[in-house]
Design a protein around this ligand. Structure first.
Ligand code: ZN
Ligand code: MN
Length: 501
C-alpha cells in the first residue's frame, strides 16, 4: 500500500472533585467510605420541593482553578438542568452550566520534556513547555453510584450525589498518548498546589475522557477518522494506553475501509477494558442523548465582581511548572531535581524561604533531596511538616557551602534540628563538630596514621595498582583519628604532598 501520514488529534474532558467539606447544593458532608446512603438529605436525594443553595467555597475553588488555567472568568454565570434518567440521578437532571460556563478560553502549559513527537499539534511552544488551549471550565454536581451485583441486582448509593465537580474541557491540541498523559499529571499537580482538590486517583477524584481521532493524508487528500470518546478513565496509565490503542485501531480501521470517516460515522463512545487492553464500543451517533438543557429556576445566576476576582488572582501561588523552570534557571538544577523539589507546594515554599534567608540554592537543593527528604520519609510526611525554621536550614546549607562542616556532619545536625530549636552554628560549636582545617593538628593525625600503618604507607608509594587503595585506607585512618572532623579535601591534599616528599 502507498504511504500515508497519520496525525492524531486528541482533546480531553476532565472531571475534578473539589475538596469542599460539604456538597455542591446542600450541607451534606463529603466523606469517602461512609455507609451507603448515610450522607443524603432532601436536596441531594432529589425530593420534590427541596431547594438547592450554592456552595460558595466550591465556586471559589472553581474560579481559582480557572484563573490558574488562564481562563476568562464570566462576569455572570448561570445554572442549567441537564436532563437524563438514571437510577443514580434522583432528580432526573444534573445541575450543570451549559452556555455560560464560569471559565473559558484558557491555556495550560505542560512540560515539553515529557512529551514525545509533538509535531503538527495546533498550539504554540515556548522553551521547555507547551501550551494546550482550554475551551471551558464549569461547575456541576456528581451523580450517585450504582453497584451492579450479578445480572438482576443493582444497588444505588447516593452519598456521592451532589458532590461538586469542576469539568475542564481542552481544545484538541494534544498530539499523542505521551503528551495526553503529561497533561493529566500536570493538571493533578496544579489542583493539588491550588489546594482545590486532593486529586486522589484511587478515590476517583479525577476522571478523564479523551476524545481521539486521526487526520490521515493520503494521495493529496485528507481523511478524518470518527471521533472516539473514551469514557470515565481514572488512572493516568489507562489514559495513556487507551489513547495509544485507539490511534492504532482507527488507522487500521481506515486502512481496511476508506469509508471509516468522521463524515460517515460521526462520534462514538467507547469504554476501556484494561484486562484485554482494548477499547469497547458503547454507542454511536444515532443514540446520542438529547439532554434538553434549560436554566434551573431554583438557582439565581452568579455575578462575579472585579474586586473579588482581583483578590483571588492576587492569592494565586506560583504554578508548579513555572517554579520548576525557575529552579532550573536560578539554581542550575536538573529538571528531575527541580521537579522533585517542586512536588510538594509547602516544601517548595520552605525551600524558597531558606534561599531568601541566604542559602546557596544548589547546596540547599542537595540537602533537600538527600537528608531532609530522608527525615521526612522516616516520619511519613513532607519536608515542610518537619517544622524546621527556614533560617536554620539556610544556616546549615551555609556551613556546608563554606566548608565548615562536611555533608555527613550536616545530616547529623539536620536530625538534631527537628528536636532542638537552635541554630546549626550554635549546635556545631557546642558539639565541637566544626571541621578542622588547622594544619598542625592535621599533620599530627597524618603522622600518627602513617606510623601505625607502615605497610599501607609503603604500598601507597608503590605500584599504582595497589597505591590507590592504600592511600584511601590511610585517609580513612586520618578521618577516624580526627573523629570525622578533619576537612577531607585538605587531608587528601596534605597526603599527596607527603607522598611527593
Ligand atoms: Zn444533601
Ligand atoms: Mn460533566
Amino acid at each position: 500500500m502507498a504511504e500515508f501520514v497519520a496525525r492524531p488529534i486528541i482533546g480531553l474532558e476532565i472531571h475534578v472533585q473539589l475538596a469542599t467539606r460539604t456538597k455542591m447544593f446542600c450541607g451534606c458532608p463529603l466523606e469517602f467510605g461512609a455507609p451507603p446512603n448515610s450522607r443524603v438529605c432532601p436536596v441531594c436525594g432529589g425530593l420534590p420541593g427541596a431547594l438547592p443553595v450554592i456552595n460558595r467555597q466550591a465556586f471559589e475553588y472553581a474560579v481559582r482553578t480557572a484563573l490558574a488555567l488562564n481562563c476568562r472568568i464570566a462576569a455572570l454565570t448561570k445554572w442549567d438542568r441537564k436532563s437524563y434518567y438514571y437510577p443514580d440521578l434522583p432528580k432526573n437532571y444534573q445541575i450543570s452550566q451549559y452556555d455560560l460556563p464560569l471559565g473559558s478560553d484558557g491555556r495550560f502549559e505542560i512540560s515539553a520534556a515529557e512529551v514525545g513527537d509533538a509535531a503538527g499539534a495546533e498550539s504554540t511552544s515556548t522553551a521547555g513547555t507547551r501550551a494546550v488551549r482550554i475551551r471551558r471550565a464549569h461547575l456541576e454536581e456528581d451523580a450517585g453510584k450504582n453497584t451492579h451485583e450479578g445480572l438482576d441486582h443493582t444497588r444505588v448509593d447516593l452519598n456521592r450525589a451532589g458532590t461538586p465537580l469542576l469539568e475542564i474541557v481542552t481544545e484538541p491540541d494534544l498530539a499523542n498518548a505521551d503528551e495526553t498523559y503529561a497533561f493529566c499529571v500536570e493538571l493533578q499537580r496544579l489542583v493539588r498546589h491550588l489546594g482545590v482538590s486532593e486529586a486522589d486517583m484511587q478515590k476517583g477524584h479525577m476522571r478523564f475522557e479523551p476524545n481521539v481521532n486521526v487526520a490521515i493524508t493520503f494521495e493529496g487528500r485528507e481523511y478524518r477518522t470518527p471521533i472516539s470518546e473514551i469514557k470515565n478513565l481514572n488512572s493516568f496509565r489507562h489514559v495513556h494506553d487507551a489513547v495509544a490503542y485507539e490511534i492504532r485501531r482507527q488507522v487500521a480501521a481506515w486502512e481496511a475501509d476508506r469509508d471509516y470517516t468522521l463524515d460517515k460515522l460521526g462520534k462514538m463512545n467507547f469504554g476501556w477494558d484494561d484486562v484485554r487492553g482494548v477499547t469497547e464500543f458503547q454507542r454511536g451517533k444515532e443514540e446520542a442523548h438529547d439532554y434538553r438543557y434549560f436554566p434551573d429556576p431554583d438557582l439565581t445566576p452568579v455575578t462575579v465582581d472585579d474586586a473579588w476576582l482581583n483578590e483571588l488572582r492576587g492569592g494565586l501561588c506560583e504554578l508548579p511548572l513555572t517554579r520548576v523552570s525557575r529552579y532550573v534557571e536560578q539554581h542550575g538544577l536538573s529538571r528531575v531535581d527541580a521537579d522533585n523539589l517542586a512536588a510538594d507546594r509547602a516544601s517548595a515554599e520552605l525551600f524558597d524561604a531558606a534561599v531568601a534567608a541566604g542559602a546557596d540554592g544548589r547546596t540547599l537543593a542537595r540537602q533537600f533531596l538527600s537528608f531532609w527528604a530522608a527525615e521526612a520519609n522516616r516520619r511519613q510526611g513532607t519536608i515542610a511538616k518537619l517544622g524546621v525554621d527556614p533560617a536554620h536550614m539556610a544556616d546549615l546549607a551555609r556551613l556546608v557551602h563554606e566548608g565548615l562542616i562536611n555533608a555527613t556532619t550536616a545530616a547529623g545536625v539536620a536530625s538534631m534540628l527537628i528536636e532542638r530549636r537552635q541554630s546549626p552554628t550554635v549546635i556545631v560549636e557546642a558539639e565541637g563538630m566544626l571541621q578542622v582545617r588547622d594544619e598542625g593538628a592535621m599533620e599530627r593525625w597524618i603522622n600518627e596514621a602513617i606510623a601505625a600503618n607502615p605497610k599501607a604507607w609503603a604500598d601507597a608509594k608503590g605500584i599504582p595498582k595497589k597505591a590507590q587503595a592504600a592511600l584511601g585506607f590511610i585517609r580513612g585512618q586520618v578521618m577516624k583519628l580526627s573523629a570525622g572532623k578533619a576537612d577531607p579535601r585538605m587531608v587528601g591534599e596534605l597526603l599527596e604532598k607527603k607522598l611527593r616528599e
